[in-house]
Each structure stands twice: as structure tokens, then as C-alpha cells.
Design a protein around this ligand. Structure first.
Ligand SMILES: NC(=O)c1ccc[n+]([C@@H]2O[C@H](COP(=O)([O-])OP(=O)(O)OC[C@H]3O[C@@H](n4cnc5c(N)ncnc54)[C@H](O)[C@@H]3O)[C@@H](O)[C@H]2O)c1
Length: 396
């Protein structure tokens, strides 16, 4: 298939592009390199030394003989450019990763909140409007987040996107209907993903677009079977307080001899997926598209296991001898929650889940140890505060 990967230079996008190319698909990456510029803005950089995108695709060609095309374009700002790309490439599928994806970054300042909303909402809407204007029928595979469901204790197994509810009709009879599981964002970033959901629902209803929304858990790991083929293909590894995700941060902290920084009690239960499974899920979604007359967005929960944050810290501490430091939680979230998640859809399509028991944590530790001299320990603390003190006390 011809596949456009929007945001294909990022942590999930790069290994996905390689995996799709290795699976005989024709891949074109679109990226505006905003993620690399945010590294500069934050004074942080990937722990692993990543090549420029031109260097990456040249190395891929040298190692495998396969070609990946690249286009520098801002999906959120350059609508005409995006439409021209669609008309030129005529993609069968479009993977949409091109959003600002860090919750802490989205909560830093009013400027980063506004950037996250402008970028993410415009990127998604530009894509949907351009598909309609092009008259093409590509299958859109979007990376959403488990965070759209919220992280309270639902008391039920969280379904794959939809909930059947009963309402009382005028005569007291119960009317059943299916709704999107109630959105409950926990940051401005998560809020943009809940807005994405509504845009997809509308365009599927009105224009009969084909959309799969993958509600992904926290991705961990670094390398995939394709990025491992050559050092120039290595994936990015974020460990800083804004972009680093929890398990990779613990493993990096252990590798550099820093205490594992657990926010609050560490009682937060979250869903996880290894990057190798991420790329497989996306390929499975692309190779098994929904029908044009599906009538609704197809939603899968893209995760393989759930863990409590403090249990992960204890597991990494046992493996490595690291100490654990419980620090104030900068986020506004429940200190403890339960989380049960349905993930049958991708497993039915053929996903074989990798879990923490598959010894993949050693690989992350090895990568972190190999690049220990690139670590800037001052970038580890998460300083982005969810709630700021008011100048005027809130009325009761
Ligand atoms: N990493 C995770 O743990 C995780 C978990 C759940 C969901 N996701 C979702 O997966 C997607 C990819 O995440 P990631 O970790 O690879 O993030 P990332 O920041 O590493 O990659 C995103 C890429 O998109 C590009 N981009 C952003 N805005 C763009 C624009 N307007 N035009 C063109 N390119 C643009 C960036 O330059 C970057 O290369 C995101 O949408 C994120 O919400 C990620």
C-alpha cells in the first residue's frame, strides 16, 4: 500500500515508518521537525544520538535497499501543502502521529497550552478537510491515547471506545444507545485528543471517511527489529521531565545512578505497550481497514498490560539496585486508581502482546548505559505544574 506517515520523524513515527517499509509498503514521511525544535527550546535532547531525517532514510536505503520519501511540511499550518501532498501521493492509508504529545509540556505555560491546542486540533482537522477536498478514500489511522477515558477508577473494564447506555424515554421505557465513552481529559494535551475524537466521529458520519483511532497506552522501550539494524537508525529516547515517559525514565534513571522519581504515592495505575508492539498494531490496523460503510470510527485500545507506577519503580529498583525517591506530584490527578481495559480488537487482528516479563527492560537499560555521557541530570525533574496558585482565592 501507499502510506503517508504524518509525524514520521518522532518516537513512534520513525520505527513505524521502518516497519511499514520493511513490510513492503511504500512509505512517505511528512514532518515539520517541531519535536526537534522543542528539544532546543527545552535544552533537552534524545539520550540516543538521532540522525537527521535525511540521514535516517539514507541509512535505511543503504542497509535494506528500500526507499522512504520525506516531505517537510506543517500539517497544522500548511493546508494547501497538505492537500497537494495527498493529491500527489494518493495514499491508501495515512498514519497520523503529527501532534504535540507531552502532557507536561502542554501544561507548562499559556503559550504551550495554546500551541498544543492550535497544533493538534488544526493538524487533525486539516487532514480530514483535505481528504474530503481531495475526493480520495484513504484509511486514517490516528494515534490517540488511553488518557481520553480519564484515570479515575471506572469500576468497569474500559471498552474499546464505545459504551451502551440506557436512557428513559418519554413514557418511561428504556432506550438503549451507543455513545463514545465519556471523555475525561487530565491535561490540555489529553483534551486535544478528546476533541480529535469528535472530529473523527463527525467526518465519518458526514463524509463516510474511514478512520481507526488507536487509544494507545504509555509506550516504553527504544528499539524495534528495524531500528536495531544500524546505529544510524536508532530511535529517539526521551528522559526529560516533559517528554520522558514513566518506565523509560525509571530505566534511564537507574542507568545513570539517579533515584527513581515517583510522583506522589505512585498509586497511579496506567496502561503500557512496548514500541515493538506499537509498530505491529499500526501495521495490523492498516492491513485490516474498516469498511467504507462502517458508519462509525473504529476504536482499539492499543495497550498490552497495566501497572501501578510504584510497582514499576520497585521492579526496576530490584533489577538494578536503584533507590526510589517519592517526590511531590506536579499533576492534578487521583493519587490512586484502578484500571481495567479491554484490548481484544488488535489481538483478534493478530497482535501477540509483549509484556514486561519478556526481558525487554534489559534492552532499554543497555541503551541508556551506552549513552550515559549524553544525559543531562538537570533535565530529569518534572517541573511543569498542573495547577497554579490563584492571586484571588476561589469563591466557595
Ligand atoms: N509516546 C507515547 O507514549 C504515546 C502514548 C500514547 C499516544 N501517543 C501518541 O502517538 C503520537 C506520536 O507520539 P510520539 O511519542 O511519537 O511523539 P513525538 O513528539 O516523538 O512525534 C510526533 C512527531 O510529529 C511531528 N509533528 C508535530 N506536529 C506536527 C505538525 N503540525 N506537522 C508536521 N509534523 C508534526 C513532530 O515533529 C514529531 O516528529 C502522538 O500523537 C501521541 O499523542 C504517544
Amino acid at each position: 500500500m501507499r502510506i503517508l506517515v504524518l509525524g514520521g520523524d518522532g518516537f513512534c513515527g520513525w520505527p513505524t515508518s521502518l516497519h511499514l517499509s520493511a513490510s513492503d509498503h511504500e512509505v512517505t514521511i511528512v514532518d515539520n521537525f517541531s519535536r526537534r525544535r522543542i528539544d532546543d527550546e527545552l535544552g533537552a535532547s534524545s539520550l540516543t544520538p538521532i540522525e537527521s531525517l535525511a540521514g535516517r532514510v539514507a541509512a535505511w536505503h543503504e542497509v535494506t535497499g528500500r526507499t522512504i520519501d520525506t516531505i517537510e511540511l506543517d500539517v497544522a499550518q500548511d493546508y494547501d501543502g497538505l492537500l497537494a501532498v495527498l493529491e500527489r501521493v494518493q495514499p491508501d492509508a495515512i498514519v497520523h502521529f503529527a501532534e504535540q504529545r507531552a502532557a507536561p509540556y502542554s501544561m507548562k505555560t499559556s503559550a504551550t497550552k495554546r500551541y498544543t491546542v492550535d497544533n493538534n486540533v488544526n493538524a487533525t482537522h486539516n487532514l480530514l478537510a483535505a481528504i474530503v477536498e481531495s475526493g480520495l478514500d484513504p484509511h486514517v489511522v490516528h494515534l490517540g491515547t488511553m488518557g481520553v477515558y480519564g484515570y479515575g477508577t471506572a469500576g468497569v473494564r474500559i471498552p474499546e471506545g464505545y459504551l451502551t447506555v440506557g436512557m428513559h424515554g418519554a413514557d418511561g421505557e428504556v432506550i438503549e444507545t451507543e455513545i463514545l465513552y465519556p471523555a475525561n481529559p487530565g491535561s490540555v494535551y489529553h483534551m486535544t485528543k478528546t476533541l480529535d475524537q469528535l472530529m473523527f466521529a463527525y467526518y465519518v458520519k458526514n463524509d463516510r471517511l474511514r478512520v481507526t483511532d488507536l487509544h494507545q497506552g504509555i509506550v516504553w522501550g527504544t528499539q524495534t527489529s528495524e531500528t536495531e539494524l544500524d546505529p544510524r537508525l536508532i530511535n529517539r529516547f526521551d528522559y526529560d521531565g516533559d517528554y520522558g515517559t514513566v518506565l523509560n525514565r525509571f530505566l534511564m534513571e537507574a542507568a545513570v545512578g539517579h533515584p527513581l522519581t515517583v510522583h506522589g504515592t505512585g498509586g497511579q495505575k496506567r496502561a503500557f505497550i512496548h514500541i515493538q508492539n506499537t509498530v505491529q498494531c499500526i501495521r495490523l490496523a492498516i492491513e485490516n481497514p474498516p469498511a467504507t460503510d462502517a458508519g462509525r470510527v473504529r476504536i482499539f485500545n492499543q495497550m498490552t498490560e497495566t501497572h501501578r507506577v510504584r510497582d514499576l519503580a520497585e521492579m526496576v529498583a530490584r533489577m538494578t539496585g536503584a533507590t526510589i525517591s517519592y517526590v511531590d506530584n506536579p499533576r492534578n490527578e487521583a493519587p490512586e486508581n484502578e484500571l481495567l481495559v479491554a484490548n481484544d480488537g488488535l489481538i483478534e487482528l493478530g497482535l501477540f502482546p509483549l509484556t514486561l516479563e519478556d526481558n525487554l527492560m534489559d534492552e532499554v537499560l543497555d541503551v541508556a548505559r551506552a549513552y550515559v555521557e549524553r544525559a543531562d541530570l538537570d533535565r530529569i525533574p518534572s517541573v511543569s505544574q498542573w495547577v497554579r496558585p490563584r492571586r484571588v482565592p476561589a469563591a466557595n
